[in-house]
Write a new protein. Structure first.
Length: 121
């Protein structure tokens, strides 16, 4: 957990912040992971009218019909996003509660994750 915090702090110091799309809301969702997918770069997720250009996709028990994801590419955000994927895998394997902060353009159902946290029961 310390390494994830260190990576997040380093990303903040270096200014590696994600800019939200115009008109996007920053929201938060909490729940158990019911779906976790990692796929090839460029394959995306969702229908053409609500697709997200991501490599990691997650769905939560509390938000049926909604999906959230983030890119996992060899860029300046790689370390922080690998940390987010590691947290999601741990939560999926242990059935832990996760908290996702994400950007989404209403009324769409697929959002882009900017932060991941675990919550103890």
């Amino acid at each position: 957990m310390k390494s994830v915090r260190a990576v997040a702090a380093l990303a903040a110091v270096l200014g590696l912040l994600v800019t939200a799309p115009v008109g996007a809301d920053l929201l938060q969702a909490t729940g158990k992971i019911t779906f976790l997918r990692v796929h090839d770069v460029g394959t995306g997720f969702g229908p053409p009218s609500d697709s997200i250009d991501v490599e990691v996709v997650v769905q939560l028990s509390t938000k049926p019909g909604e999906s959230y994801g983030f890119q996992l590419r060899d860029d300046a955000n790689r370390a922080a996003r690998q940390g987010m994927l590691d947290l999601l895998r741990d939560a999926f394997n242990s059935n832990a509660t996760v908290v996702l902060d994400y950007n989404i353009q209403p009324p769409k159902k697929n959002g882009v994750i900017i932060r991941v946290a675990l919550r103890k029961p």
